[in-house]
Design a protein around this ligand. Sequence first.
Ligand SMILES: NC(=O)C1=CN([C@@H]2O[C@H](COP(=O)(O)OP(=O)(O)OC[C@H]3O[C@@H](n4cnc5c(N)ncnc54)[C@H](O)[C@@H]3O)[C@@H](O)[C@H]2O)[C@@H](O)CC1
Ligand SMILES: Nc1ncnc2c1ncn2[C@@H]1O[C@H](COP(=O)(O)OP(=O)(O)O)[C@@H](O)[C@H]1O
Ligand SMILES: [K+]
Length: 505
Amino acid sequence: MYIVTAHEMYDWDRKSIEEAGMDGRILMENAGRAVAEQVEKRVRNDQHIVVLIGAGNNGGDGFVIARTLLNRGYSVKAWQLVSDEKIKGDALVHKQLYLGAGFELAHLTKVNVLFRELDQADVIIDAMLGIGVYGKLKPPFDQVTAYANQSQALKIAVDIPTGVPADEGITDFDGLQADYTCIIAAPKLSAFLPHTAPYYGEWEVVEIGLPAKKLKKTSVSLWSSEHARPTLPERHPYSHKGTHGKALVIGGSYLMPGSIALSARAALRSGAGLAAVATPKSAWPSVSVHIPEATAVSTSEENGVLAERVEVDFTGYDAVGIGMGMGRSDASRTIVQQVVEEADVPVLIDADGLYHLKQLLDVLKNRTGPAVLTPHPGEMAHLLGITVTELLARPFEWSQRFAYNHGVYIVLKGPSTIITAPDGTQVVDTSGNAGLAKGGSGDVLSGILLALMMQSQSITEALCNGCFLHGKAAELLTTEGHSKADLLATDLIEGLSQAFRTLSS
Ligand SMILES: NC(=O)C1=CN([C@@H]2O[C@H](COP(=O)(O)OP(=O)(O)OC[C@H]3O[C@@H](n4cnc5c(N)ncnc54)[C@H](O)[C@@H]3O)[C@@H](O)[C@H]2O)[C@@H](O)CC1
Ligand SMILES: Nc1ncnc2c1ncn2[C@@H]1O[C@H](COP(=O)(O)OP(=O)(O)O)[C@@H](O)[C@H]1O
Ligand SMILES: [K+]
């Protein structure tokens, strides 16, 4: 499923009408009816519904919704919040159809009268403003939105909650806090941004008859189980351990042996044929106890951390992961540099490896083999030299710029993880839940990604599937047995079995 900007949405709409001969009035009818169907699933017909209607096409959808629900016997009061001359085009056609059907329309004169009505409402349908919003809400939308936000009624937004921008980059806005948003035709970028996504509540996308072929291929899409199922690595009956790849993970330290153990174990649980660990000798006993299947690479150490170079031949491995629990000593930076310069196989850089990478960006640019960076927002902001707030206002744009300029893959982690390829194409994975907000989850993800990178044709697919399995494992574990509070990274590794089984069945 493609994720669109407001511009891409308008472009799709325009081409459907101008090139495919679609009629905007039919699209509006389809949109309103599709939303009404979703409303019916959530609302009983003894509940009182208030539909708030604005000036644009979002308001036009509101007229269709009100008419459809009234025809089906629901108790509905439609409120037009703007003056008559502001209702134009397709919205005016549907206003006339609404009135022609003999239904009553209330006009806003004094906001207090509307507020008394909202006090009586069980359900508020927000058809005030859609993707055409610009700037902060003007009266009466600002007051009505603020009042609705205080209401206990179920709030259902049409396409996008009023006031919320469709695109990234706008942080100063007042938005309607919806419980559920019925998105028209394609999810907008803001459904995946940490500062705007919470306004949507739960959401779903409804199809309204826009010709799929008229949507210009957008650069962002959404990953789902339908993509994961056919692209997950298969295990051929005659395969051997070498077929599934030998991973080398470099990291860990005397005081932080856990991270590298989690990564190595997650890699083997995700199908890697072999895993070797390069960690200080003093850390190895604590690591190996958690992962007897892994082998150790001989290393030298200084004060419990890896010293200078690791004496390994990278050509003996199918992928290298570096940084987990490695520490931030100068010596560990030289090892990150060594890996970036010398390992031609795909390299995944995480955690302390990313900290060092900030000083190695020129080396990174000159690298020819694939590189995958797996930052959380703090690490990504550090790499870019900006604040986390600046990053999160435009995570798609920043990731795209960095991936393109440095020729790397980026997995920007979060509730909506953004996977960016060096050519700038982006995929969003929304699997997972707050059970993952605990130290160690990221180390597990690195191991999963490493294993899938070795077993997949496409690195992007490997990264998308890895994030999806990680999130799915958390979802399955917190549906049965675990809670989001008690879930540990080690549980997540064991939960991978169920995630793999669910996706392959
Ligand atoms: N293919 C499509 O794109 C379709 C879109 N539809 C609906 O149309 C919507 C987009 O329609 P429009 O482009 O008319 O946009 P809106 O419905 O968001 O209305 C924009 C109008 O609202 C006013 N406005 C903008 N910012 C404001 C602010 N800050 N405070 C107060 N008023 C403000 C302006 O008068 C502007 O013209 C979508 O969100 C969707 O609900 C559907 O009708 C069906 C088809
Ligand atoms: N609230 C959340 N909802 C969904 N996923 C989350 C949430 N919080 C964290 N995650 C996921 O958990 C992982 C955390 O990674 P990271 O911050 O690097 O953790 P650590 O390095 O401490 O193990 C990422 O994959 C991230 O997407
Ligand atoms: K709306």
